[in-house]
Design a protein around this ligand. Structure first.
Ligand SMILES: NC(=O)C1=CN([C@@H]2O[C@H](COP(=O)(O)OP(=O)(O)OC[C@H]3O[C@@H](n4cnc5c(N)ncnc54)[C@H](O)[C@@H]3O)[C@@H](O)[C@H]2O)C=CC1
Ligand SMILES: O=C(O)C(=O)Cc1ccc(O)cc1
Length: 303
C-alpha cells in the first residue's frame, strides 16, 4: 500500500522538483499537486509536467491532501504553513525537507496547532537550484533523517519513513536538536568554510581574478562548487541553526589556531599526526561501504 496518495509539494526548486520527479517514478498512481510562490516556477512546473495540478495559492494546494511536504527555504517554512493552515485537512500529515530541524519544527507547530507534523531532511543535494535542476534519482542511496517531535504518532512517522524509502533513501530517526548539531559540523560548517575561502581568494590584491580561475584545478575547485550554492537557502540555514553553527565554528577556530601555531613553530609531527588521523577517517567512510557518490553529494549525480 502506498504511504500517501494525494501529495502536495510546496516549493518546486531543486528539492521539491526532485521529490515530484521521484514520486512520479516510484508511486505513479499518487496524485501530485504543486504550489510555488513564484509564478515563473509554477509555469515551469506546468511546462515540465511535474505535477497533476498546479495551484495558484498555498491554501488551494492542500485542500484534499493526505501529505503536504514543504520544500521552501527554512526561513519561509512558518509563513507558508500559516498561509495554508485554514485549508489543511485534519488527517493530513505535514512534513518538510529543510536543512535545519529544531527551529522548523517550532515554526510549523506554531503555525499549525493540532496538526500532525513529522519533519525530515534528505541529506542529498547539489549547489544548483530551481525546478530545472531537480532529478528523480537524487535521493537514491542517500540518507533521509526523520526528526519527529516527542510523542509523535508512530504510524505517521512510519508513513513518512516509508515515503522516503520508496524514493530510494535510507531512513534514520533522530531528535531535531541532535540533527542540528550533527549537520552543523558535517554540512553547515563546510559550506561556511567554502564561502569564506572563495571570498578570501577573490579579495587577494596580489592574485588576479583570472589566476583564481586558471589555477583552480585542485582543492579550491571543490570549494568553488560548494560556494556556488543558493544564497537565500544558505543565509536561512546559518540564521536558523545559529547556535549549533556558532558552537562548531568556535571549536573549528580553536583547532585552526592550533594548526597555525604548529606551522609557525615547525611542529611537523603535529601536522603529520592530524593529517594521518583525517586520512584514516576518509578510509573508514569508504570501508563502511559508503561509495563516492554518497560522499560527494550531488557532484556525481548531476544530470
Ligand atoms: N539544495 C540542497 O542541496 C538541499 C536543500 N535542502 C532544503 O530544501 C529546501 C529547498 O531548497 P532548494 O530546493 O535547494 O531551494 P530552491 O531555491 O531550488 O527552491 C526553493 C523554492 O521555494 C520557493 N519558495 C520560496 N518561498 C516560498 C514561499 N513562501 N511559498 C512558496 N514557495 C516558496 C521558491 O520560489 C523556489 O522555487 C530548503 O529548506 C533547504 O534547506 C535539503 C537538502 C539539500
Ligand atoms: O552539494 C553539496 O555538496 C551538498 O552538501 C548538498 C546538500 C546541501 C544541503 C543539505 O541540507 C544537504 C545536502
Amino acid at each position: 500500500m502506498l504511504p500517501f496518495v494525494r501529495i502536495t509539494i510546496i516549493g518546486l526548486g531543486l528539492i521539491g522538483s526532485s521529490v515530484a520527479r521521484a514520486v512520479r517514478k516510484a508511486m505513479p498512481t499518487a496524485r501530485i499537486t504543486a504550489y510555488d510562490a513564484d509564478p515563473a516556477v509554477r509555469e515551469t512546473v506546468r511546462a515540465l509536467d511535474l505535477a497533476d495540478d498546479v495551484a495558484d495559492t498555498a491554501g488551494a494546494s492542500v485542500i484534499d491532501a493526505d501529505f503536504v511536504i514543504l520544500c521552501v527555504p527554512v526561513g519561509a517554512m512558518g509563513a507558508v504553513a500559516a498561509d495554508f493552515a485554514d485549508d489543511l485537512p485534519e488527517d493530513a500529515i505535514v512534513s518538510d525537507v529543510g536543512s535545519c530541524k529544531a527551529a522548523v519544527l517550532a515554526a510549523l507547530t506554531e503555525a499549525l496547532p493540532g496538526a500532525t507534523i513529522i519533519p525530515a531532511h534528505p541529506v542529498a543535494g547539489t549547489e544548483r537550484s530551481g525546478p530545472e535542476a531537480g532529478f528523480a534519482t537524487l535521493f537514491q542511496k542517500r540518507w533521509c533523517i526523520v526528526t519527529p517531535p516527542e510523542g509523535a504518532d508512530a504510524l505517521a512517522v512510519e508513513r513518512v519513513a516509508e515515503f522516503w524509502r520508496r524514493l530510494g533513501a535510507d531512513v534514520e530517526l533522530m531528535a531535531p536538536e541532535h540533527h542540528d548539531r550533527v549537520l552543523a559540523v558535517t554540512s553547515h560548517l563546510p559550506h561556511l568554510i567554502a564561502y569564506t575561502i572563495v571570498g578570501t581568494a577573490s579579495d587577494l590584491e596580489e592574485v588576479t581574478q583570472s589566476e583564481v580561475i586558471k589555477y583552480s584545478a585542485g582543492g579550491f575547485r571543490d570549494f568553488t562548487r560548494i560556494a556556488a550554492s543558493d544564497p537565500t537557502m544558505w543565509r536561512d540555514v546559518f540564521l536558523t541553526n545559529r547556535e549549533a553553527v556558532l558552537e562548531m565554528l568556535q571549536r573549528f577556530s580553536e583547532d585552526l589556531s592550533q594548526l597555525q601555531r604548529a606551522i609557525r613553530w615547525g611542529k611537523g609531527d603535529e601536522l603529520f599526526d592530524l593529517f594521518s588521523r583525517t586520512r584514516a577517517i576518509r578510509r573508514s567512510i569508504i570501508d563502511q561501504g559508503q561509495d563516492d557518490a554518497r560522499e560527494d553529494f550531488g557532484r556525481s549525480h548531476q544530470p
